[in-house]
Design a protein around this ligand. Structure first.
Ligand SMILES: O=C(CO)[C@H](O)[C@H](O)COP(=O)(O)O
Length: 225
């Protein structure tokens, strides 16, 4: 698995050229992309500026001497590369397994080009086997949890290793929805967008045009929409 993740990370880094502002995703697959960019910055004098999608990725980029800027300091983001938890046939996806969905969606929204990198296990017929992360404001999140229960969304609060409610980089909590199958991702996204207390959700519908997939049998392939 790590080898497949490394392959797509290295492949995606080939899209990065001198002078670009690059969005750095979060997660174990995106980390291989960041590592390859760090290698190119050191070995090839690649000149880029990066914006990141989490404190974890910022820390990795700093260690690798990748120049960072705040998202509001850059004119535009040329390309963002990120991982995903599930991707369906239409290239809708679920993200947020690493709890970075809010910053990931903001950086993706302001990127001219956006690529996901995954191993083949992430490609699915229908979204929903992976619990859908929803970032929620702490105030009233117990009420929101009960609303999700009543709606049949089978919510669970995400906890940290001490058993406390997970705190995101933006100071919010995460509720994971165990829906098993999401038959209408657009409809669910609209409902969550309209729900008070929801900051953001992990449905990334119609956002990505390019996915780089690695499999044991077929190697690396690039799927476009
Ligand atoms: O959305 C994410 C973090 O919020 C990640 O991109 C997603 O969880 C995939 O992670 P990994 O590459 O470790 O499987």
């Amino acid at each position: 698995m790590d080898n497949l993740k490394r392959q797509v990370g290295i492949e995606a880094a080939k899209f990065v050229k001198n002078g670009m502002v690059v969005g750095l995703g979060t997660g174990s697959t995106a980390a291989y992309f960041v590592a390859e960019l760090g290698r190119r910055v050191a070995a090839e004098n690649l000149r880029i500026t990066a914006v990141t999608t989490s404190s974890v990725t910022s820390a990795q980029a700093r260690k690798l001497n990748i120049p960072l800027k705040d998202i509001d300091e850059v004119e535009a983001i040329d390309l963002t590369v990120d991982g995903a938890d599930e991707i369906d046939q239409t290239l809708n996806g679920i993200k947020g397994g690493g709890a970075a969905l809010l910053m990931e969606k903001i950086v993706a929204t302001y990127s001219k080009d956006y690529i996901w990198i995954v191993d083949e296990s992430k490609m699915v017929a229908h979204l929903g086997a992976f619990p859908l992360p929803v970032e929620v404001v702490p105030f009233g999140c117990g009420q929101l949890f009960r609303l999700f229960e009543k709606s049949g969304f089978k919510p669970t609060f995400r906890l940290d290793d001490k058993g406390a409610l997970w705190l995101t980089d933006s100071g919010n909590h995460i509720i994971d929805l165990h829906m098993n199958e999401i038959s209408a991702p657009e409809k669910l996204a609209r409902l969550l967008d309209d729900t008070v207390g929801v900051v953001e959700h992990g449905l990334f519908n119609d956002m990505v045009k390019t996915v780089i997939i690695a499999s044991e049998t077929e190697g690396v392939k690039i799927v476009t929409k």
